[in-house]
Design a protein around this ligand. Structure first.
Ligand code: LLP
Length: 439
């Protein structure tokens, strides 16, 4: 059994996270419930920052908040000195409510709406990562009208494909994201931005995919981009001050996943950038990264209560839990794999094999195929590990299932940071059929 972060098994044979007995958590907050190991989040954030500090590199580690966002997480990110990558008004609003320092907020997205751009400008965020010509002209219009300046990066598609699931690779040329390098789109964007008195082009961004286990793709991207930098220097006298390498650093979900230690991604990236800077006679730029999954992924565990079981002799044993694709859509969407244990009988011998089903009306609503467990009983607590990234943030209300609460644990204390959605919450936007009829 692989336990992440501060997880241990206590003398009651229960899974404990952050010094808190998970069975107690289920009694206090119900199930399903997302539990975050705050010490592990801290360790990850500090690890990334330390790798830059030790190398003496100016940097920003921007937490990709799409992985998991809520006010408490943004406050924690601030405490840890992280910056924030946001992609919507909702994430901007969360940053505002968390009192996150706006100068450390970077706004991403391939279709930022006029309202979202206005909101970002009103908040005075630090930087907009431009994705396409449409939003470039929208932004130009708005800042000219407001006479407000704005720092921007251009997102490029370097034509590097990281070895990862098809849906989550974004660095290849055939991508909805970013300015293409090979067809000259990035060049054109630079010309437009340089001619704009309110825009300041700080540098370039690239993000080559997610759940990446080696650094080859990052190194290749650095090499490709420095070739462009040389050209841009000659053509436009443009030398990027910032190299933003995006996120995508992999984590261990299941046995066989072998990511690098988080800091190693940074070390290899720094080495490649330093080498290319030297080869091209350029200064080493500020380096920004945007880890999401590698900050919160394995810090999250979801606790469920076991309900029904179905044995199909000689075929499969199903057990169903009180959540599923509504709180974790990744298995259904990406065939993502997870490990889990019985939190209330953590060290019991695992001599049975079950397939863990969710409760939604859909055969694809499976959380784990073939999980070794003890003989499971009604009301046992199942802990599924590594659900901290893209679990809560992709949760949904299919079948009108309410979204679970989120609990942070650290040093023996638990604190509720997102309340459970209630049935009233679910219905709050519904209006009756004849709303417009006069009564
Ligand atoms: N920066 C940019 C521009 C991104 O598009 C992403 C992720 C990140 C950073 C953070 O990547 P991370 O470090 O978390 O891998 N829903 C999918 C993942 C989609 C990732 C989208 N972009 C999943 O559940 O695997």
């Amino acid at each position: 059994m692989y336990l992440h972060g501060t997880s241990t098994i206590n003398n009651k044979n229960h899974l404990e996270i952050g010094g808190v007995d998970t069975v107690h958590i289920t009694r206090e907050f119900g199930t399903p419930v997302y539990v975050y190991d705050v010490a592990l989040i801290r360790e990850r954030a500090i690890g990334f920052k330390k790798a830059f500090e030790e190398a003496g590199i100016n940097h920003q580690v921007a937490y990709a908040s799409k992985a998991f966002s809520c006010i408490a997480m943004f406050q924690l990110a601030d405490e840890l000195g992280l910056s924030l990558d946001v992609v919507s008004s909702g994430e901007l609003m969360t940053a505002k409510k968390a009192n996150f320092p706006m100068e450390r907020v970077h706004f991403h997205g391939n279709n930022k709406s006029p309202e979202e751009i206005d909101f970002a400008l009103d908040l005075g965020i630090g930087c907009i990562v431009l994705d396409n010509f449409y939003e470039l002209s929208l932004l130009q219009e708005k800042i000219a009208f407001r006479q407000q300046t704005m720092d921007v990066l251009i997102r490029t598609t370097p034509g590097v494909e990281a070895h990862t699931h098809e849906y989550i690779s974004t660095g290849q040329e055939d991508s909805k994201f970013g300015f293409d390098l090979s067809s000259g789109q990035a060049d054109q964007a630079i010309e437009i931005i340089q001619a704009d008195r309110y825009l300041y082009l700080r540098g370039v961004h690239s993000h080559i995919g997610s759940q990446i286990f080696d650094t080859d793709g990052f190194v290749l991207t650095v090499e490709k981009l420095f070739k462009e930098f040389q050209r841009w220097k000659e053509l436009y006298d443009f030398v990027p001050e910032v190299f933003n390498a995006g996120g995508g650093f992999g984590i261990r979900y299941v046995e066989g996943d072998e990511p690098l230690p988080p800091e190693q991604y940074v070390k290899d990236l720094i080495a490649a950038i330093k080498r290319e800077a030297e080869n091209t006679g350029m200064n080493v730029p500020e380096i920004w990264i945007e880890p999401g999954r590698s900050i919160t992924g394995d810090a999250g565990t979801t606790l469920y209560t076991v309900g029904s079981k179905k044995d199909i002799p000689g075929v499969r044993r199903y057990l169903s839990v009180d959540g599923g694709m509504t709180d974790n859509i990744r298995p259904a969407l990406y065939q993502a794999e997870y490990e889990g244990i019985l939190a209330n009988r953590a060290n019991d011998e695992t001599n049975e094999t079950f397939s863990v089903a969710g409760k939604c009306c859909e055969s694809g609503d499976m959380l784990i195929w073939n999980l070794a467990l003890p003989e499971v009983e009604f009301q046992d607590v199942l802990a599924v590990f590594c659900t901290g990234a893209y679990g809560y943030s992709m949760a949904n209300n299919y079948n009108r299932v309410a979204r679970p609460p989120v609990v942070f644990v650290e040093n023996g204390e638990s604190s509720l940071v997102v309340q459970a959605e209630t049935l009233e919450d679910l219905l709050k936007n519904d209006l009756p059929l004849h709303t417009n009829e006069k009564v």
